[in-house]
Design a protein around this ligand. Structure first.
Ligand SMILES: [Zn+2]
Length: 548
């Protein structure tokens, strides 16, 4: 997900004001609600497959749904199951393995009594209807723009149940068949591969099939009088190829053809860096929707906000970001929302990696400096705000520093190992740390504590130096003191570039390993310019305090 509260992009003033006005809503969405807790009862069941049918009634702004859920019991004594579904949706029928069973509702959940102990796989059929309510960033929306109806949803993090009965836990991935019925002038889009379009009584039924496991927050419905076109991606090995499908409103067709044109190249860049695009047997898709705060990486079908088409490539970083989530978030999904850095920090760093792949090292640095701040707050693990700049921008910087810590080739090998190990599955921050340690052979306890688990601020360092001469040699005595308040002592490698009057320069690398330390460097000349961290590898502030 990318939201323009933190994207740093330019927006018309009216939109900025709107964001400011609705800020309390965002705070609610960011902090979650009691709906985001995964209960002990939910943990007893593993959902394997959703067979979901949704009828969209645009006039009434209501939905009629039927879901057949195939699940596996993890506890042989289980005789009750719990699923997420908002209370305002009326359940009219519940069957288990074809038998009518009792159920009750409480706090946006449905509790279903089984007719026997659930020892193996079982099927539940649930029929419900109603008007979906807005929740979180949006929930499920019957929207309208310029007289055109556009139906879409934003479920992240824990709002899928505003329309979709499910185990709304990112770690409970399942397969999905979804049938969307709407009036025949609408084009309906969802995750996975389009299996069929049927005409029925003035309506069209679109059936999409997802053969790769999907988390509930990534399940999407878009329905509008879209125009659609596609590009092709050939695949790295030449064996697999797929379509990149675009769904836009007629007024944005021309602009979208400029803006979306780079997607083939973007997929190639990330496939080469991390491993083949994870959903190559399905598709990559982009559909325009009406969430005007950004974009959402729904699996195989990113939603792009109506205001995020410019016709001049202005929102490229947003498209890059959402595509990158297909590796980081959609294929390797978080074990819990405490691990959201693995989604957003990674996708944000991918914006810089794409710039580097296209334009070189200086583009990487410039992109990272645009995300630099001294004012991040809270820890990156279990963050207070799931969608704030700490998770996105500090999160990207942590990967940049990990790369500096373990070296370029090891860093990219680590990402590829991590992707290979966890694709189509879920990972925690600790799982990622274990891969980093295994691939690099380094103990990274301190790195993960100071940057992810415990540290909330960034190093702020005062430094000074003096020249000492001994036995005809010139030395620079360099003193550095960490003065940040929250985390006592960061450890990190630091480079200093010495540049001399004759044009020569060199870089000295040292390890900062205490709150205060002094290092001695031999220099060829006593007149020099000194630059700390000349390649901007560190999220740190260095204050020059003159000579010591
Ligand atoms: Zn994102």
């Amino acid at each position: 997900m990318q939201n323009n509260l933190k994207s740093g992009l330019f927006f018309p003033i009216s939109i900025i004001c709107f964001i400011w006005i609705i800020n309390p809503l965002f705070a609610y969405a960011f902090s979650g609600s009691n709906n985001d807790e995964v209960s002990a009862l939910q943990m007893q069941v593993d959902i394997l497959h959703y067979n979901f049918k949704i009828q969209l009634n645009s006039e009434e702004k209501s939905i009629n749904c039927e879901s057949e859920i195939t699940a596996l019991s993890i506890n042989p004594d289980l005789n009750e199951i719990e699923l997420n579904l908002y209370d305002n949706l009326e359940v009219t029928n519940v069957l288990m393995d074809g038998r009518k069973v009792e159920f009750f509702r409480r706090k946006n959940r449905i509790f279903i009594k089984s007719y026997k102990n659930l020892t193996d796989t079982f099927k539940i059929f649930i029929k419900y209807n109603g008007k979906p309510q807005r929740a979180g960033f949006d929930g499920f929306v019957f929207g309208e723009v310029n007289g055109t109806t556009l139906i879409y949803n934003i479920s992240e993090p824990t709002y899928a149940a505003t329309w979709f009965v499910c185990d709304d836990d990112p770690a409970d991935k399942a397969l999905l068949d979804i049938e969307i019925t709407n009036d025949s002038q609408f084009v309906s889009v969802s995750n996975g591969k389009l299996e069929s379009i049927k005409n029925y009584d003035g309506q069209k039924i679109y059936h999409y099939k997802t053969i790769y496991p999907i988390s509930t927050y990534l399940i999407a419905v878009y329905s509008a009088p879209y125009l659609n076109y596609h590009d092709d991606y050939a695949g790295l090995d030449g064996k697999d190829s797929m379509k990149i499908e675009y769904y836009v409103l007629p007024e944005h067709l021309k602009k979208s053809k400029v803006d979306f044109a780079k997607h083939t190249e973007m997929i190639k860049v990330f496939s080469e860096l991390f491993g083949e695009y994870p959903f190559i047997k399905e598709k990559y898709g982009v559909a325009e929707f009406l969430w005007n705060f950004g974009a959402m990486e729904n699996q195989t079908n990113t939603g792009i906000g109506y205001n995020f088409l410019s016709g001049n490539d202005f929102f490229k970083d947003t498209y890059v970001h959402e595509l990158a989530h297909h590796w980081w978030g959609n294929s390797v999904s978080p074990k819990s929302w405490d691990d959201i850095w693995l989604n957003e920090g990674f996708a944000t760093y991918c914006e810089a990696l794409y710039a580097e792949a296209k334009y070189g090292k200086s583009a990487l640095i410039s992109k990272m400096m645009s995300k630099f701040s001294k004012h991040f707050s809270g820890t990156l693990y279990a963050p207070k705000n799931l969608f704030g700049s700490t998770v996105y921008d500090k999160g990207a910087w942590i990967l940049h520093m990990l790369r500096f810590e373990i070296g370029d080739s090891c860093f990219f090998r680590t990402l590829r190992d991590y992707y290979t190990l966890y694709k189509y599955s879920n990972a925690s921050v600790e799982d990622f740390k274990n891969v980093c340690e295994r691939t690099s052979g380094k103990n990274l306890d301190k790195f993960f504590d100071q940057w992810i688990y415990i540290g909330e601020d960034i190093p702020e360092c005062d430094y000074s130096y003096s020249i000492e001469k001994k036995d005809g040699k010139i030395f620079c005595s360099f003193k550095i003191i960490q003065v940040q308040e929250q985390y006592a002592e960061f450890h990190f490698p630091l480079e200093i570039r010495f540049k001399f009057d004759d044009g020569n320069s060199f870089i000295k690398k040292m390890e900062i390993e205490s709150r205060e330390q002094t290092n001695l460097f031999e220099l060829p000349n006593e007149t020099f310019e000194m630059t700390l961290d000349p390649d901007n590898n560190l999220l740190a502030v260095f204050n020059n305090r003159g000579t010591n």
